[in-house]
Design a protein around this ligand. Structure first.
Ligand code: FMN
Length: 293
């Protein structure tokens, strides 16, 4: 399927893009108008764009249904301040409830059952139940067009963050496993980030990886090793050499058993290397693969 976005209705553009650009973090934005009416709404067109200055952007779109603007946008145009509350799994149903199109002036803190907590630098209150709350100043609002569905970038500088102590260790480091973020995908889909689906990928920026193009052909063209496996192997600083002290019973057995059949031996060694790579044992995997040379 090839999609030419210009040929699609706004609602279709939204449908496809929201499925493709996912998962998206959720900004639960608390804003206030000049009269002091508070509004609370979730926005998943949201991310960080700079750490210094600390800039995050979210986008309340013009409603596709009738091309009107959302109360959040109207509020930040009046009072350029927003408390951005990060949404975690235990808040997701109430957060969704707060997204109902309540009439202007209705306070979604009350409708969705959240507790307003006074902020320290801005007028809109924070959501007490959120474990990460950011006090932000709106530095620019950039309408992208005036069509039904057009976004309005609300560019915010984060001035102060309140982090729940349960997420922080004695050295002020954050334990990613404890946050339990939720994120929005296409349609009604959400995902939860927890220990069962978190994994780590070693950053390649401390050293320059040799690259997949520098892997020996037999490895690069392997029918067993996946793109992820090759990415791990290509992330070493230099092509490893055989380590004579590498002692591995499984490797010994494979070599002994398949010595008369080199093709099968290669298959077995690649399978074993793959298992090791999937456990993050890159040095050992290399030694297994080098046994073929
Ligand atoms: C998880 C979630 C994410 C949402 N993200 C957006 C978004 O990025 N942009 C948008 O315009 N509306 C988004 N919505 C819909 C708004 O929350 C909804 O239109 C809300 O009523 C706007 O409220 P307001 O008019 O009080 O500002 C989202 C809804 C949910 C539940």
């Amino acid at each position: 399927m090839i999609l030419d976005l210009k040929d699609l209705a706004a609602v279709e553009k939204q449908y496809y893009l929201q499925h493709f650009i996912a998962p998206r973090p959720i900004c639960f934005a608390s804003t206030i108008d000049k009269q002091g009416n508070v509004n609370l709404s979730p926005f998943s067109f949201f991310n960080m764009f700079s750490s210094d200055p600390p800039i995050v952007v979210f986008s309340p779109s013009r409603r596709i249904r009738n091309n009107t603007t959302k109360h959040t946008l109207q509020n930040v145009l009046e009072v350029p301040e927003v408390a951005i509350n990060i949404v975690t799994y235990d808040m997701v149903q109430q957060t969704s409830l707060a997204s109902c199109e309540y009439p202007k002036g209705i306070n979604e803190f009350i409708k969705a059952g959240f507790t307003p907590l006074p902020a320290t630098l801005i007028r809109p209150p924070m959501v007490k139940e959120s474990k990460i709350k950011m006090e932000c100043r709106v530095i620019e609002i950039k309408p992208l067009a005036e069509l039904a569905g057009s976004g309005n970038l609300v560019i915010c500088e984060v001035m102060r963050v309140h982090v729940d102590d349960s997420l922080v260790d004695a050295n002020k480091r954050i334990d990613q496993r404890k946050i339990n973020h939720v994120a929005r995908l296409g349609g009604d889909w959400y995902c939860q980030v927890n220990e069962s689906n978190l994994f780590q990928v070693e950053k390649p920026n401390t050293q320059i990886g040799i690259g997949i193009d520098c892997l020996p052909l037999s490895i690069r063209n392997s029918k067993i090793l996946s793109g992820n496996n090759l990415g791990q192997l290509g992330n070493v600083r230099e092509l490893p050499a055989i380590d004579p002290s590498f002692d591995d019973d499984n490797l010994k057995q494979i070599i002994q058993y398949y010595s008369i059949n080199p093709d099968e031996m290669e298959r077995e060694l690649h399978s074993y290397a793959k298992q090791l790579l999937e456990k993050g044992k890159i040095i050992q995997a290399w030694q297994v693969l080098l046994a073929l040379s």
